[in-house]
Design a protein around this ligand. Structure first.
Ligand code: ZN
Length: 308
């Protein structure tokens, strides 16, 4: 039975590779972390194969017994089957899925880290039991992933949920044209709602450089400038999520990434998004993630379990 297998999840990042083993009930059995070999595709493949073999050996499993899912920045092109957009650039243009399937003798599923986050939280986290979950990472960048009935929605372009490079909706005069984004356009949601975007907005208005953590802490003790920066952030997040609700109408929106630690967002943002949603009431819940930094690797493990 597919769902009785041990699930191995791998988070393949630019600096480290992490593996986790979940039993069929979702309990963690093993976790390991190794540095990512730099600039060497063959060495990365070898490291992945060794991590899987060691995990199966340690857990007393027959080789090939566990399912395997991988989360990584970037996506597999449906057109070519090759990885693109990874921050370990030696992986881009490589047939990593085919190479791993050949080396490991089983199906391997791979998706981006925002999708893994959404799947982890939908499976046994803050979105458990919900039919449609939108997972948002508000960190150094802004990403999103969609899970419907327990499965990641990929789409023919493998970009479903990639919301950070849409423009900030309903921009005000002083928000146009917005900041240049690394993607080549102006005013992307990411340039406003990432941690660096939040800090830049504070600097732009107050002339004062400050880190996100300090801005939030000082808002809590009544600093007017910091409070205003946080209020602008909340209002922009409400507009940006209202746009998602209009299109997807998710049951639950789960926030992750560093900015998700701002406790008041879960009260303030739903109180602000109503006027922007094309409905007389909004029942979508906005919740904080349960698994934190573990969501990427746990989501990869859940992903592998859905391999046919
Ligand atoms: Zn962009």
């Amino acid at each position: 039975m597919q769902n009785q297998r041990t699930r191995l999840g791998i988070d393949l990042g630019g600096t480290k590779i992490e593996i986790v083993a979940l039993d069929p009930a979702g309990a963690e059995r093993l976790r390991r972390r190794v540095p990512t070999p730099q600039g060497d595709y063959a060495a990365i493949l070898s490291a992945l194969v060794a991590l899987v073999a060691d995990a199966e050996h340690e857990l007393g499993l027959a080789p090939g017994a566990a399912s395997i899912g991988i989360g990584t920045p970037g996506s597999i092109s449906r057109a070519t089957g090759l990885l693109r957009g990874a921050n370990s650039v030696c992986l881009n243009g490589q047939p990593i899925v085919q190479d791993l399937e050949r080396a490991l003798g089983r199906r391997v599923r791979i998706t981006n880290d925002a999708n893994c986050f959404a799947l982890s939280e939908a499976s046994d986290g803050a979105g458990q039991g919900a039919a449609v979950v939108f997972g948002v990472i508000l960190g150094t960048g802004v990403g999103g992933g969609i899970v419907v009935d327990g499965r990641v929605l990929d789409g023919p372009n493998a970009i479903a949920g990639e919301w950070g490079h849409n423009p900030l909706p309903w921009p005000r005069d002083d928000e146009r044209p917005g900041h240049p984004c690394f993607c080549g356009r102006m005013g992307c949601i990411e340039t406003w709602l990432s941690g660096p975007g939040f800090e830049r907005d504070h600097l732009r208005v107050t002339g004062e450089p400050a880190c996100a953590r300090d801005i939030v802490a000082r808002a809590a003790i009544g600093d007017a400038g910091c409070e205003a920066t946080l209020a602008r952030y909340e209002e922009r997040l409400a507009r940006a999520l209202a746009h998602v609700i209009d299109i997807l109408d998710p049951d639950v929106i789960v926030l992750g990434g560093g900015m998700s630690n701002i406790e008041r967002l879960y009260r303030s943002v739903p109180a602000l998004w109503g006027p922007w949603v094309f409905s007389d009431r909004v029942d979508t819940r906005l919740v904080r993630n349960v698994h934190g930094d573990s969501s990427g690797v746990r989501g990869a493990a859940w992903l592998g379990a859905t391999a046919g």
